[in-house]
Design a protein around this ligand. Sequence first.
Ligand code: ATP
Length: 303
Amino acid sequence: MQGMRIPRESPAGWLIEAPAKLNVYLDVLPRRPDGFHGIRTLLCPVRLSDTLCLRPDNALRGEVRLTIRSHHRSIDASQVPTDDRNLVTRALRGVWAARRLEAGCHVTIEKRIPSQAGLGGGSSDAAAAIVAANHLWDLRLTPEEALSVAAAVGSDVPGQLSGTANLCEGRGEQVTPAPIPAGVPCVIAKPAAGLSTAEVFSRCTPGEADGGSVTKLLAALRHGRWQKLPSLVSNQLQAAAMELCDELRMLAAAFHQFPFVAHQMTGSGAAYFGVCRSHQQALQAVAWLRARQAAWAVATCTA
Ligand code: ATP
């Protein structure tokens, strides 16, 4: 796990950021023998993060005591599970099991990433917990061990371990670093409704895409050919999500009317993002979207 972010010490405990991700590209491939769809996706972290605060307490003997907080009106912390369904609990237990460790931890999560948005908030929290646990208990996990614990927690977790942009294939566990420049301004917005990942996948017709398009997108990003982005960004779950959510269709219409460099839905929705020419344009876009279908909108940039 060399080169990964490390948690920083504070009077309250060890702090680590868990950034939201955007799917700049997402192919859904046919179902595999294990029942999961194959995917090919380009994940890009952005400067919008949950913060985890961890206080190791081995006397808890395998238990994770979670507190969820949010100071944001649009995020309902009471909707995030604090029991074994929380991906952070599963991630910490997975790490401890990998090293046959009987440990315990108090974790407070300050939520800023909306749920059911396709922004990977829960998965990013889990990835951050794996990175933090590796450091706090000095476990020296190899990259392969960390990826294997992450993959057992969820398909989006391996691609979020590094906190950098990655191309993820297979079920999400085959991770290749992708060169997406940091600091590219963008806007993310979400309608009031959320979408269930399982429901969106069940309505999607998988393609047989060969990966040629994502290679072209990666080349355009590497060489800064922004004018090519509109024809290269793609999300194969978008049509299915639009069928399920009228508000998302209306939000997408508002994005179409604004001069973004490129725009599309992220993950299984219901958040939608636009790439902007400047931070100033991103701020204008937030106001534009809030006055239309967006229940939540932020100006941010790639991390
Ligand atoms: P996906 O990873 O499928 O794109 P998402 O970005 O749409 O998910 P998440 O924030 O990951 O949304 O939450 C999806 C569900 O996962 C929530 O409704 C919640 O019940 C559960 N969940 C588990 N752990 C967490 C967590 N740490 N933070 C938020 N939700 C969590």
